[in-house]
Design a protein around this ligand. Structure first.
Ligand SMILES: Nc1ncnc2c1ncn2[C@@H]1O[C@H](COP(=O)(O)OP(=O)(O)OP(=O)(O)O)[C@@H](O)[C@H]1O
Length: 232
């Protein structure tokens, strides 16, 4: 079953075309890596799927039904998103952030409690639940934002640079969690520059260059791509 499908998507901003002729799909339980040089259009693609950037042309379909055009709320509720930079609120404690995300996505109290315990222990932030974002390190804020995105069970999870700012132990833990999410049915699209790590994580890759898809296919094929095209 296709969880996400893009057909001939084009995104423009201020008269400039940032993405053109973007077509790909993601199956249930699959992990796709969006790769490419700085400025290739990876974050733009994520923001277009989220509806933060308005597409100029084409179609984006979730769960073979909802689109941004025909049912915005149903569409949005099926996506969980981990941004490149944490966007935490200075007025809320760590636990209040988790409660906010849980409430927004209808995660029940028991599940919230269980997941909070598991994830905060795994990411070594269990003693930070009553802290405010200002008193956390950059990596800790990233961990809190990561946990927020992992709390809901949505069909689609979008992750912009999942390993940014995390220590090696946290990266390994997150890799396991992403794999577990996929096993449970979630389709995951992640952007990354860490090709070595993504080869053990993703099933497929989509390579962007200057806002267009240069190449896509099974992750094994990434090994054969010339270093000139994408330097490891
Ligand atoms: N707000 C904006 N206004 C104008 N141009 C933008 C804006 N945001 C991004 N762009 C342009 O869109 C293109 C794609 O940028 P994007 O951030 O999607 O790249 P990326 O592949 O995510 O890069 P990186 O690996 O550096 O994160 C770049 O040419 C960038 O200059």
């Amino acid at each position: 079953m296709k969880i996400l499908e893009l057909k001939d998507v084009e995104t423009q901003l201020g008269g400039t075309t940032l993405l053109r002729d973007i077509s790909f799909s993601l199956d249930k339980s699959s992990i796709a890596a969006l790769v490419g040089h700085n400025g290739a259009g990876k974050s733009t693609m994520i923001k277009t799927i989220l509806g933060e950037l308005e597409k100029a042309n084409g179609e984006i379909i979730i769960n073979e039904a909802a689109t941004l055009d025909n049912n915005f709320l149903t569409y949005k509720k099926q996506i969980s998103y981990l941004p490149e930079e944490p966007i935490l609120l200075s007025e809320l404690t760590v636990m209040q952030h988790f409660q906010l995300y849980a409430t927004s996505y209808g995660v029940d109290e028991v599940t919230l409690k269980e997941k909070t315990k598991t994830y905060t222990t795994g990411f070594e932030v269990a003693d930070k639940l009553n802290e405010y974002p200002e008193s956390l390190s950059k990596g800790m804020r990233q961990k809190v934002q990561t946990i927020c995105a992992l709390l809901p069970e949505t069909p689609l999870l979008l992750i912009d640079e999942p390993f940014m700012g995390l220590d090696v132990y946290a990266m390994d833990y997150l890799e396991d969690l992403i794999k577990e999410k996929a096993r449970n049915g979630t389709a995951i699209l992640l952007t990354t520059h860490q090709l070595g790590r993504v080869k053990n994580l993703a099933d497929t890759y989509i390579m962007l260059q200057h806002g267009e898809i240069l190449d896509q296919g099974p992750i094994e094929n990434l090994k054969t791509i010339r270093r000139r095209t994408y330097d490891e």
